[in-house]
Design a protein around this ligand. Structure first.
Ligand code: SF4
Length: 460
């Protein structure tokens, strides 16, 4: 049985540093323009030779309305026709990528994200899935993990029925907060009934897993009204819950400038919201998986953590870390072996490049030996809270303590503070450090300095 979280406000205040969420190491902040299409083609060839299974991410950037807290790559438009030109180019990309893969490489995981994937019409969704099936080896027997992000304002029972028919078996539902004052302050008016209808449809249609996203730290939120949202969500009984901290960075994200900073809760109120949420979810039987994520004990993420097979990639915690991840669409990121690469984040540039018959890779990074080692360390800590040095020493042929000698004093300080247990054989993240695991991982991040720390949100 995994340890529970131990709440220690003092430690949280001291270690609440800005840092990455480590959906990759090195993080996307390190990507550069030295990596391009040639590197992607090279990596695809290696993937094909090794016949590695695949995880696909498909980005649909359009949203009909703007949420003021948004930090995603999206295009706000009421013009549904804009999807047409985009889909033409996306289909071209699918075809180009498919040419470089082996038809037997199984797509074990598929995720449609955005933006709002259900911005697309039913016909467009049908056509896009048909194109994916035509050029890639999607599974027909419901054995893959095929998920899609749902905005309940853009989906009804018939949409859910269509998605199930097309092969999706997981949904991730954006909810964020149910309080009308909060919803008005972030321009996202979404009733509990709309969300409940989507959840009930997903259950009835036998989707395997339902995730709900919440955000704390939004304007007009208080510990009391957020607790009411959490309680309503518990009644909906999602299999997983993501509870994200809102990072107010209006200088980086334009929509956030429409949030009145005087409406934001204080750091003390945010801490109270997080503490209260953890208590409510734990009492309702949810388990803390790590880094903003909770799951029921019989959900596969919680089981994978128990069995030490959990991994982390650009899609967050996953049981498909052994797959090559291929990102399709504007701004989508791929991770194939040692290569990370990202498509252009500019919609016009993405579309024009594909119109010229070229893939739209614009930047990336090829991991060196040190990156691979640190990636394994961070992955192990963030997924399992336990790092036995022997495995790392054997795999990377190093002496752990010698290699990380400069980091040792920092680790010792964390051990003295009760965040971790440290000796010559292992690091274990203690219950008081589990919420702060990102801070422990940051010790091993070779790229983190004061300058690029400012790009990230705080730990909590
Ligand atoms: S938060 Fe999601 S739905 Fe809202 S504008 Fe951003 S991408 Fe669109």
């Amino acid at each position: 049985m995994l340890d529970t979280i131990c709440w220690d406000s003092n430690l949280i205040r001291r270690y609440d540093l800005a840092g990455p969420r480590y959906t990759s190491y090195p993080t996307a902040a390190q990507f550069g323009s030295q990596v391009g299409t040639f590197d992607l083609l090279h990596a695809l060839r290696d993937s094909r030779k090794a016949l590695r299974p695949l995880s696909l991410y498909v980005h649909i950037p359009f949203c009909a309305n703007i949420c003021y807290y948004c930090a995603c790559n999206k295009v706000i438009t009421k013009d549904r026709g804009r999807a047409h030109a985009y889909l033409q180019r996306l289909e071209q990309e699918i075809q180009l990528i498919g040419c470089h893969l082996d038809p037997t490489q199984r797509v074990e995981q598929l995720h449609f994200g955005g933006g709002t994937p259900t911005f697309l019409s039913h016909d467009e969704l049908r056509q896009l899935m048909a194109k994916l099936r035509q050029h890639l080896n999607l599974l027909d027997d419901d054995s893959g993990d095929y998920g899609i992000e749902i905005d309940p304002r853009e989906a009804d029972w018939s949409t859910m029925g269509l998605l199930r028919e097309l092969g999706f078996n997981r949904v991730s539902i954006g909810l964020q907060d149910l309080d009308p004052a909060v919803q008005r302050a972030v321009n996202r008016l979404q009733s509990l009934e709309e969300t409940r209808a989507v959840v009930e449809a997903a259950r009835t249609l036998q989707f395997r897993s339902i995730n709900i996203d919440l955000i704390y730290g939004l304007p007009k939120q208080t510990p009391e009204n957020f607790a009411r949202t959490v309680q309503e969500v518990i009644h909906l009984q999602p299999d997983r819950l993501s509870v994200f901290n809102y990072a107010h960075l209006p200088e980086r994200f334009m929509p956030q400038r429409r949030i009145n900073s005087q409406d934001l809760p204080t750091p003390e109120q945010k801490l109270a919201m997080l503490q209260g949420t953890i208590e409510q979810l734990t009492a309702a039987g949810y388990r803390y998986v790590g880094m903003d994520h909770f799951a029921l004990p019989d959900e596969e993420l919680a089981i994978a953590q128990e069995e030490a097979t959990l991994q982390r990639n650009f899609q967050g915690y996953t049981t498909h870390g052994h797959c090559d991840l291929i990102g399709l669409g504007v701004s989508a990121i791929s991770q194939i072996g040692d290569l990370y690469c990202q498509n252009s984040s500019d919609l016009n540039h993405y579309q024009n490049t594909l119109a010229d018959g070229q893939l739209a890779t614009s930047r990336g990074l090829i991991c060196n030996a040190d990156d691979r080692l640190r990636r394994a360390v961070i992955q192990q800590l963030i997924c399992h809270f336990h790092l036995p040095f022997a495995e790392i020493e054997q795999t990377f042929n190093i002496d752990f303590r010698g290699y990380f000698a400069p980091q040792w004093p920092q680790l010792q300080a964390m051990a003295a503070d009760g965040l971790i247990e440290l000796d010559d054989t292992h690091i274990r993240v203690l219950p008081a450090g589990r919420l702060l695991v990102r801070s422990v991982c940051m010790v091993f991040d070779a790229y983190l300095d004061q300058h690029n720390r400012q790009r990230f949100s705080r730990v909590i």
